[in-house]
Design a protein. Structure first.
Length: 95
């Protein structure tokens, strides 16, 4: 799976989503949960998805003023949701 996400020796990619995409991306990432409510994600100014070379990823909700909430700890993408949101990213960085 890592080869599909992080080609060419990149160890980590960060995908950034601006305010207008927060709900859409959260719906894709978390919409399958029984406790999912879109209203709980409206407070975020942006999202950051951090994908590791081994296929695991985490999600951070940006609250502004250098504050963020961890929305998903770094773990494997068993639901294969990451490929659904990668094309929607506003910015991408390689590390």
């Amino acid at each position: 799976m890592a080869g599909h996400i992080l080609p060419g020796g990149v160890r980590m990619k960060r995908y950034f989503y601006r305010k207008n995409k927060v709900i859409l991306v959260c719906r894709q990432l978390f919409g399958g949960r029984d406790d999912y409510k879109e209203s709980q994600y409206e407070k975020y100014e942006a999202l950051e998805v951090v994908a590791q070379e081994d296929g695991r990823f985490s999600v951070w909700g940006d609250l502004g003023e250098e504050d963020a909430d961890l929305l998903r700890d770094t773990k494997p993408d068993h639901g294969r949701v990451l490929p659904q949101v990668i094309p929607m990213a506003d910015d991408v960085t390689n590390e």
